[in-house]
Design a protein around this ligand. Structure first.
Ligand code: APR
Length: 320
């Protein structure tokens, strides 16, 4: 069987990390695409030259021509600009919307059968616009945010409880911004709901509230520390988990920005919800029940995503 082909559109910090992981895990052949052709080619060659040492085989190549992504099984999109300290994800909207147009048209022409994972921010609006520009089926275009946000949540919880990250599961729903909704009630330690852990005296409600807040601003914390650019290791790992679930038909339940058609009271919008990812792309949306407080927080988050999508429509007439 021919190797799978993974196209990385954007070869910056996240794109390069994705290429490294995909090659190390022998997920398939890798194409790094970027308008900065030298960066794409340089990273492809650098990782190829590392491959004899880590002992895995895949073709890696860099390109600035969309023809290179032809026949890709998975496209992971990070093209665009990241945040600088003091910026919100929403500040990136105008410039990254133009990038999504070019990327969407490139995918439509050269890789219309791919499973597309968008990472570019502001995520929920960019994945919506990318889907519109590409014209691909909604179940084949998805946004990476929830896996990352819940990974941050899991790490903070594991640290607080002093237990393995492997035993902590957590859910974050809603948009990938300050209004995201980390759900303590659906987060567990080896199957024990987090509120029960608090009741057993493992932590306090105040600490849990602080962890929820830290999760919401987790991306900003990294932006502040780095000073130049935003997080890339955890975003790359998160997108790889989604790509593997698709390529291996694992049917993992992962929180992703998915197209809603009435679920959770939302229509024709991409928002973070739990989904099943398998060979069919987004195969199912898991409609968990929310209590009144959770629904209010979710609705608030949906409203902010709606505002961003409206802003996209204002900037790009073909989307209106
Ligand atoms: N087509 C292809 N590549 C592009 C285009 C374009 N039209 N415009 C910009 N790029 C490339 C840049 O040349 C750069 O190499 O996208 C890459 C982005 O890489 P970084 O600046 O290193 O950003 P990164 O940290 O990888 O984040 C990318 O993901 O998490 C989000 O907010 C983040 O929107 C940002 C994106």
């Amino acid at each position: 069987m021919a190797r799978k082909k993974i196209a990385l559109i954007g070869s910056g910090m996240i794109g390069g990390t994705l290429a490294h992981i995909a090659a190390r895990e022998e997920m398939g052949d890798v194409v790094l695409f970027d308008i900065a052709e030298g960066v794409a080619k340089g990273k492809a060659l650098d990782i190829a030259e590392a491959s004899p040492v880590f002992g895995k085989d895949s073709n890696l190549k860099g390109a600035a021509d969309y023809a290179a992504i032809a026949g890709a099984d998975v496209c992971i999109v990070t093209a665009g600009v990241p945040r600088k300290p003091g910026m919100s994800r929403d500040d990136l909207l105008g410039i990254n919307l133009k990038v999504m147009k070019a990327v969407g048209e490139g995918i439509k022409k050269h890789a219309p059968d791919a499973f597309v994972i968008c990472i570019t921010n502001p995520l929920d609006a960019m994945v919506w616009a990318l889907r519109e520009f590409s014209g691909l089926p909604h179940n084949k275009v998805v946004g990476m945010a929830g896996v990352l946000d819940s990974a941050r949540f899991r790490w903070f919880l594991a640290e607080e409880f002093g237990v393995s990250v492997e035993d902590v599961t957590a859910f974050v729903m809603g948009g990938h911004g300050d209004t995201m909704v980390p759900l303590l009630r659906y987060s567990t330690v080896a199957g024990i709901p987090v509120p029960d852990m608090v009741e057993m005296g493992w932590s306090t409600t105040e600490t849990m509230d602080a962890i929820v807040q830290r999760t919401r601003s987790g991306g900003g914390e990294i932006v502040q520390l780095l000073g130049t650019g935003s997080a890339y290791y955890a975003p790359a790992e998160s997108a790889i988990a989604m790509a593997k679930s698709y390529l291996n038909d694992k049917k993992r339940i992962l929180p992703c920005a998915a197209h809603l058609t009435g679920q959770f009271g939302v229509d024709d919008l991409y928002v973070g919800v739990p989904v099943v990812i398998g060979a069919g792309g987004v195969e199912k949306i898991v409609e968990i029940s929310l209590n009144a407080d959770e629904q209010t927080m979710f609705d608030n988050s949906v409203d902010s995503v709606k505002g961003l999508v409206e802003a996209c429509k204002g900037l790009e007439p073909s989307l209106a």
